[in-house]
Ligand binder design. Sequence first.
Ligand code: FRU
Length: 506
Amino acid sequence: MMKEWTREERYRELTRDALGELQQLHETVSASPYRCTYHVQTVTGLLGDTNGFSYFKDRWHLFFQWFPYGPVHGLKHWYHVSGPDLIRWENEGVALIPDRYEDNKGDFSGSGFACGDKLYLPFTGNHRDEDWTRTPYQLLAVMDEDGNITKQDKILYGPVEGYTEHQRDPKLFYRKEDDSYYFLLGAQDMNKKGKFLLFRSKQIEEGWELLGELKVRGYDDFGFMVECPDLERVGDDWLLLFSPQGVEPQEDEFRNIYQNVYFIGQMDFDNLEFIPNGPYKELDRGFDFYAAQCAGQDVMPDAAVMCAWFGVSDYVYEPQVEHGYSGLQTMARVMTIEDGKLMQRPPKAVYGLKDELLLRIHEGKTEKDILNGRMEPACLIRADNIDDRPFEMCLFCTEDQKGFTVSCRNGKLTVEREEVINKLNTAYGTDRSVRCENGLHSLEIFVDHSCIEIFVNDGEYVLSARVFPCANENGFRAEGLDELAVYRLNASVKDDFVIFPDQKQE
Ligand code: FRU
């Protein structure tokens, strides 16, 4: 039986008095078989959207939406992790605690922008009155070189008239052509349509003016709300990423409850218009992916580095909830635009985690096999020379159940989690498919205990899925693959108990 949470319990602020209780909760959490070893996960409670992703003072900084006390959506704080290479991450502790009028009911999502010796963290303060009426405020926190974070008293922007209470998730960037800062906001207009709002200022701390709605040429339907918008320059192109709510499924696409999509195109700042090269597409073709965010602009001139919440809204991942926590961040992805197409690749450092080769099939012959039909909980599975030939791989299978399958049938890549014991979100289907434009050639599958990320054709498509295997779901089978290798992957995250930054041990 899942615990019922009262409003009071959900809106409890993080205080030091709670440390003992949270430590106990962390003991339950860290004993969970679903803990990952190379993904960012929460110490306790619920993890949500990627926030404040940035590169500052020679380190990557990643924050996420966090409710400390349990695996439910409640009073949102920001939690902070940092690391040198997008794979090794250290827990840094809480970054933002709701503590003022404007954010009395949560520090909602926002971005990170490094400038000089400061890391700017604009975010949305979620204010609610006693009668629970919501008013959004765009606020700013600043992190110094020593990692101290202070919220600025002055608000960046208050609620915009002509839109509903849904205005949030500022993405800050700089544009050198007019030496100005901008932030893009997700909003809902009075007709309940999702919109993008663009703001500009000469300084980050103040002076913000609303320029108006950013239109997308040829497109005006983004469902009922746009969450977590992100505008990112990649080489000579711009990427517009966002999470629209209320987009209808179309055959194999847009089958999750809410989507996370991108346009590639050009920005016309004078006319507040994004001019796309083609229709928007899903960033990830799997089951569990939302609220993606790129690290503050220009970290890499020809690439964007992105991370996302490895989950979907309005759904409870029950098997994990029993262990006192919920949520995960995806592996960061390096995104480039090649021949007009978005390519997404894992960070190079993940290959540094490669340990023993457990299975190798070459030219159809088994050259090494110390896996013996066992599923390695943290591994990299690499298949080559597929060339649209049929195959089937069963991950976390048992003798009579296929577990999580990855297969190719009639030239289509399909992933399925029908034959798993812990079924997930079945209302939105148990399979996802991709017909690869230029055929299916190679797969790189990263498995980490309770998550699977599949990179197709060196980054042409990615499919992500959570799985919560039971103890007896521990088999691996592959049929029809002539080139296959499985490597064990070492750990790169430590499951240490850090709630407040001063608990961190060097
Ligand atoms: C997306 C979202 C954001 C909001 C945050 C609150 O998942 O709804 O729009 O800022 O989550 O946790």
